[in-house]
Write a protein that binds this ligand. Structure first.
Ligand code: 5GP
Length: 211
């Protein structure tokens, strides 16, 4: 059996959105209610924000370490976002899949493009774009988070509008107008993906009944 066939029942769920649209909260809720998922903790050159924990939110590295990881082919994808570098550790993803878990990614559209090229079986990748209810609501949410300076906030709004233009490249689009309802949408996607016949290994028992 080829390795990608062996792991066909696992999948890689990607959530992308402009910052402030709520994808991190959605990912955390999914992780808390469905233990088939493990978060892909990214590597970044950005400085940790208050409360962020090494190895849980990100692996924080300097530019030199990040370049070395690229050089040594240790990253499944990487991109520059808001002048900082972000990347996905290949080994972590591989290990998670081999341990029988699904992987959830919180990455941007540039990373999704690379994952599409690097993943052997396209059915293993499920991509979801989370839209905010409106641009003005996104602005309000980013301001109320008060994580960034005024200048960074402006930059984030500019980047957010750029990010939104990529929704069209995703398999699913959900709107985060009401968190619980939006989570139900995400959960329905997950349930439907798990029920795809390609992911249900036990169906093999029924192959003799196929016409
Ligand atoms: P933040 O600095 O707010 O945590 O993340 C900024 C942006 O970088 C978010 O849109 C997030 O999805 C994206 N990001 C985080 N980790 C990765 C990664 O490993 N790869 C890529 N391509 N984007 C990432």
């Amino acid at each position: 059996m080829r390795n990608d066939e062996k792991n066909i029942d696992r999948f890689m769920l990607v959530l992308s959105s402009p910052s402030g649209a709520g994808k991190t909260a959605l990912a955390n809720k999914l992780l808390s209610v469905d233990n088939s998922f493990v978060l892909s903790v990214s590597v970044t050159t950005r400085t940790p924000r208050d409360g962020e924990v090494e190895g849980k939110d990100y692996f924080f590295v300097d530019d030199e370490e990040f370049s070395l990881m690229i050089k040594n082919n240790q990253l499944l994808e990487y991109a520059t976002v808001f002048s900082n570098q972000y990347g996905t550790k290949s080994e972590l993803v591989k290990q998670t899949i081999e341990n029988g878990k699904n992987v959830i990614f919180d990455i941007d559209w540039q990373g999704v493009r690379q994952l599409k090229e690097n993943v052997k079986t396209s059915s293993q990748l499920v991509t979801v774009f989370v839209l905010p209810p409106s641009i003005s609501e996104l602005n309000r949410r980013l301001k109320s988070r008060a994580l960034d300076s005024e200048e960074t906030l402006k930059k984030r709004m500019f980047e957010a509008e750029k990010e939104i233009s990529h929704w069209v490249d995703y398999d699913y689009v959900i709107v985060n107008d009401d968190f619980e309802r939006c989570f139900q949408d995400l959960y329905s996607i997950v349930q439907a993906e798990k029920l795809k016949k390609i992911r249900q290994k036990y169906l093999k028992k029924f192959t003799k009944y196929t016409l």
